[in-house]
Design a protein around this ligand. Structure first.
Ligand SMILES: C[S@@+](CC[C@H](N)C(=O)[O-])C[C@H]1O[C@@H](n2cnc3c(N)ncnc32)[C@H](O)[C@@H]1O
Length: 358
């Protein structure tokens, strides 16, 4: 009955992997599911929770609201912590992402004199530094401008060739002129808080609410309490149908809103989303019924609590992302390697014609 869920134990953690005890403590008395293997990937599912209290006040924050505060609020994870202190990403683990991105840049510069390269959610600026080094090697550095966007201030000691925009992309991006070049969102969208709904024991989809940093089943999504619930219901009907008791669905809409901003921000060139993801065939098959929301702290995967102590993440519905802009794009799953964790997808969305001179 209960499903399994792939966890990123070997990428956003450095050693220990998912903490069963911690997860079990938080998820309470819900049904526990054995860790299983999907392909070569160790997976640890979140236990489903058939006996959660359902009589909760409906004015509690939704899971998305609590996650938002936990990530970006005054005591939020990203307000107080540097990601590299808590987890590795494919950018910091090796060259795979830099190689992938520089292939796009090289191809772009065959047709354009200049390229503006922007890393959205640039963290320490590692990817931009790798691109700067590559452009030196290729004698292309005069033809590219590099710019990082992040919530965090410009990292101390960052290469002076890299410009930096500090702030929440959902605000800062709109104030920037559209670029000719390439905008990269690597492991950004999975960090964006999203609503979660879950089927109760009768199979009725209910909104997950948060209290004291824990999750509770709230009102049914088809109740008239908030208009947004209906929007979530319709997103789920299209992309992640609720068909089984206890299954969970992570609503992709907030990620799609940011992706629309990113795609609109590229006048000519490419918008690249590289992230942990899934597609509808997997969701319908039940591969992700336990949901994917998890926390990372001190190099370990931990149960997701909205107390700001851990980086919360949930995989991206990549096909819904692809369909969310008129430009669409090409979606492919990236092959796993020593520096590319499993479960990563690339959505490459082309804007205008990259062969027209800029
Ligand atoms: C998981 S880290 C990935 C960092 C980098 N792209 C990499 O792959 O190593 C996500 C980064 O995005 C930033 N971030 C998350 N949400 C953001 C937002 N709404 N606006 C700007 N930056 C954001 C965080 O501060 C963090 O540095």
């Amino acid at each position: 009955m209960a499903r399994t869920s792939q966890r990123r134990t070997e990428d956003r953690t450095n050693t220990a992997g998912t903490d069963h005890a911690d997860a079990q403590a938080w998820w309470g008395t819900g049904q526990h599911v054995e860790s299983v293997e999907v392909g070569s990937v160790p997976v640890v599912p979140s236990p489903v929770r058939p006996d959660l209290p359902t009589e909760r006040p409906t004015d509690l924050p939704t899971w998305e609201q609590a996650w938002q505060e936990s990530a970006f609020g005054p005591n939020g994870f990203y307000t107080r912590q540097a990601p590299e202190g808590h987890f590795r990403t494919a950018v910091t683990a090796g060259r795979a992402i830099a190689d992938l991105v520089t292939d796009y840049i090289g191809e772009f510069l065959e047709h354009h004199r200049h390229a503006c390269i922007e890393d959205l959610g640039a963290a320490s600026g590692q990817l931009l530094q790798d691109i700067a080094n590559w452009s030196d090697d290729q004698k292309l550095s005069q033809r590219i401008n590099l710019r990082g966007f992040d919530l965090r201030p410009r990292p101390v000691g960052l290469d002076s060739r890299i410009a930096w925009v500090c702030g929440d992309l959902r605000q800062t991006l709109a104030g920037q002129p559209a670029i000719t070049g390439i905008a990269i969102a690597h492991e950004l969208l999975d960090d964006l808080p999203c609503p979660i709904i879950e089927a109760d024991c009768d199979g009725r989809a209910r909104v997950i609410l948060a209290q004291d940093h824990q999750a509770y089943l709230g009102p049914p999504v088809d109740s008239p309490e908030r208009d947004e619930f209906r929007q979530w219901e319709s997103w789920a009907a299209q992309w992640w149908p609720i068909e089984r008791s206890f299954m969970r669905c992570e609503i992709g809409m907030p990620r799609e809103h940011l992706w629309q901003l990113i795609v609109d921000h590229v006048a000519v060139g490419w918008a690249l989303a590289i992230d942990y993801g899934h597609v509808k065939a997997e969701r319908v098959a039940g591969t992700w019924d336990a949901g994917t929301c998890i926390g990372y702290r001190d190099g370990r995967a931990v149960a997701p609590r909205t107390d700001g102590h851990a980086n919360l993440t949930a995989h991206v519905a990549m096909d819904a992302l692809q369909a969310s802009t008129p430009s669409g794009g090409t979606l492919r799953r990236l092959p796993m390697s020593s520096s590319m964790p499993p479960g990563m997808y690339l959505l490459a969305t082309r804007r205008s014609s990259p062969v027209s001179p800029s």
